[in-house]
Design a protein around this ligand. Structure first.
Ligand code: SAH
Length: 451
């Protein structure tokens, strides 16, 4: 992983002209790549290949669509008519033949179709994407969703009505991540619209997440429009972070933790802080700026730590209060316990242990392990910031896991904050899966009890 630095000016939609739709010319272009071919054996019975293409659901399986949930699982499908290929937009009908939605078909995914629109009269074409993108930008603009930062999530996939499309902004660079066959089909159109609306120096594509394989899509990583500046930087609440859009994790930075990092900064004064899974030092830098006494930061990625140390220097923070450790957190926490090290504030922000509910049990063991160890490392009255970004672990389950960890560690603890992703990661009410990040801030009691 290499990271780049930039003095790029923040690019935000101008406050003076909030309605992007008014600024966008109708282009009338057709979708870019129409050449997708189906892969993998369809588990869904196909109807007549000469009939008009469409998806017919099994009786009773229309309920989630009527609640406007955008996913159609393979098990809900009675039959697929015609000879559609991956990425095609198909009408979805209930068992009686009533129209339910227009959806992007993917025979290679467990999620066989993702809804573009629930309106029969809405045409899924270039103008459709222009409208959805304009709506997402307008919401961020009007609601000021990412105050005090030139980095923000511009498009949050299903929750912005664009299943499979993520767009993150870092100054004047946009990073696009495509995670569905439907979004893949409209990739060039979306890039054109973003170029037109935001006029970035570069649109970079980071379509190389593991989840692409589940969709039968090849990884892709490279410049889509413009030229990637040598250095990309995000300035968040006055702190500068280098963003490696080409090789960093996710799209290069974890924008979702912006507000939570800020909260940590306000509570770090005079504390010994331990930041586990620190990446490029997000929480660590906020804690140092918040006058923490010491900050020990751990990550398995040496490259992330190298950038973290650079970020520290670029922000003029005191390196003598910062210690960086390249290690496996599971192991490092045990070593710290054996050394009898103690901390006043601990952050646990691990990677996704459970991408889906199928991994929940194994993930639960991982969360319990690190939380139990963290409770043991906290001084009485200490604070634990603990997170899960696993879609397969609900908020309720996460709280139960943390409660079990506290019990086994022999500590009583209070929840003082329930945390989520920042507001530029909105959650569509009909799509609770959009609320993937959950966090708790816990204050442990002054005395311990027997585990
Ligand atoms: N809190 C960070 C984001 C953390 S992302 C921020 O605010 O920017 C999760 C991090 O965990 C990644 O940097 C990854 O390198 C690291 N990681 C994954 N598995 C790990 C392990 N077993 N031990 C240590 N670090 C790990």
């Amino acid at each position: 992983m290499t990271r780049q630095k930039s003095s790029s000016t923040p690019h935000r939609p101008s406050q003076g002209n909030r309605d992007f739709r008014n600024r966008i010319q109708r282009s009338g272009k057709s979708p870019g790549d129409q050449k997708n071919t189906p892969r993998g054996a369809p588990q869904i019975p196909t109807g007549s290949a000469t009939a008009p293409s469409g998806i017919l659901l099994k009786a009773g399986r229309e309920k989630s669509l009527l609640r406007r949930h955008p996913w159609i699982f393979s098990g809900a499908i009675e039959r697929v008519d015609g000879a559609p290929v991956s990425g095609d937009t198909l009408p979805v009908r209930d068992a009686a033949g009533n129209f339910l939605a227009w959806a992007a078909y993917n025979p290679d995914s467990q999620i066989s179709a993702r809804v573009w629109s629930f309106s029969e009269t809405e045409k899924v074409d270039a103008e459709f994407f222009r409208g959805r993108i304009a709506d997402a930008l307008a919401a961020r603009n009007e609601l000021n969703l990412a105050r005090n930062s030139n980095g923000m999530r511009l498009i949050h996939a299903e929750s912005d009505g664009l299943p499979g499309l993520i767009v993150d902004q870092y100054g004047d660079v946009l990073v696009m991540q495509i995670g569905s066959a439907g979004a893949e089909r409209w990739r060039d159109i979306c890039a054109d619209m973003l170029q037109e609306c935001c006029k970035p120096a570069c649109i970079y594509e980071r379509s190389d997440s593991d989840s692409r394989a589940l969709e039968g899509l090849e990884p892709r990583n490279g410049v889509l429009r413009g030229t990637l500046p040598d250095n990309v930087e995000v300035v968040e609440n006055g702190l500068r972070f280098r963003v490696d859009v080409a090789a960093g994790q996710k799209t290069g930075f974890y924008l979702d933790q912006r507000d939570n990092r800020a909260l940590t900064g306000t509570l770090a004064h005079d504390k010994d802080v331990l930041n586990c899974f620190c990446y490029t030092g997000g929480f660590s830098l906020y804690a140092l700026r918040g006058a923490a006494k010491s900050v020990l930061s751990i990550d398995a990625s040496g490259e992330a730590l190298r950038i973290a140390a650079e970020n520290l220097a670029n922000n003029g923070l005191d390196p003598s209060r910062a210690e960086w450790l390249e290690a496996d957190v599971f192991q490092a926490l045990r070593t710290l316990r054996d050394q009898n090290r103690k901390f006043d504030l601990i952050i646990l922000d691990p990677p996704k242990f459970a991408p889906t509910a199928a991994f929940a049990e194994k993930a639960a063991r991982g969360y319990k392990d690190i939380n139990l160890l963290a409770f043991k490392l906290l001084r009485p009255g200490g604070l634990l910031f603990t997170y899960s970004c696993s879609g397969g672990i609900s908020e309720d389950l996460f709280q139960k896991i943390v409660a079990g960890a506290a019990l086994d560690a022999g500590v009583d603890a209070q929840i003082v904050h329930y945390l989520h992703a920042s507001a530029d990661h909105p959650v569509l009410l009909s799509f609770p899966e959009g609320a993937y990040l959950k966090g708790l801030v816990l204050r442990v009691a002054q005395s311990v009890h027997a585990p």
